[in-house]
Structures are given as C-alpha cells and as structure tokens.
Design a protein. Structure first.
Length: 94
C-alpha cells in the first residue's frame, strides 16, 4: 500500500500551521488530522514528487500571511475588551 496523496494546498497549510505552532509536530498533526510522521517528513523537506517546490513555498507564504492577518484581526477585537478588564492599560499602536 502506498502513501496517501496530498494537495499542495494541504501541505502548505500544514507547514504554515507548523510554523505558527513553533515547530511542534504533534500539535500540528492533531490539528490537521494527519500522522505525525507525515508532518515530520514535510517539515524535513520530504515533499511528494508531484508538488512543485517553488509553488509550494509560495503557497506556504500565502498561508502564513493569512494566519497573520487573522491574528491581527483577533487582536484588534480583543484590545478594547482587555482595556475594559484591566483599567489603566494602554496599548501602543502603529
């Protein structure tokens, strides 16, 4: 029996989540419903032959950007509530 085939999008999303998780394979594998060995292989650069490495890298960068934008949006929503809970706290903004 051969390995399951994954899309470039799935691999990119997983690699981006792995970056966001600080390289924690077990946590990423669980979140993505993948075997830890699969995530570790992708982390180590063992990418399936049907995936173009340059295309994959571009997709990883896009996925990381999406994650960053989502976090930024969440923080923007959370800051006013935190300021209500902790009077006197100021938040530096760009």
């Amino acid at each position: 029996m051969g390995r399951k085939t994954y899309s470039a999008e799935k691999i990119a999303t997983t690699k981006a989540e792995l970056i966001g998780n600080g390289g924690r394979v077990k946590k990423t594998a669980k979140a993505q419903s993948l075997a830890q060995q699969t995530v570790a292989r992708w982390r180590d650069g063992d990418i399936p032959k049907h995936i173009d490495p340059k295309d994959l890298e571009r997709k990883v960068e896009e996925a990381v950007q999406e994650m960053a934008l989502g976090l930024e949006g969440s923080l923007r929503l959370a800051i006013p509530r935190l300021q209500e809970l902790i009077p006197g706290v100021t938040v530096a903004r760009d």
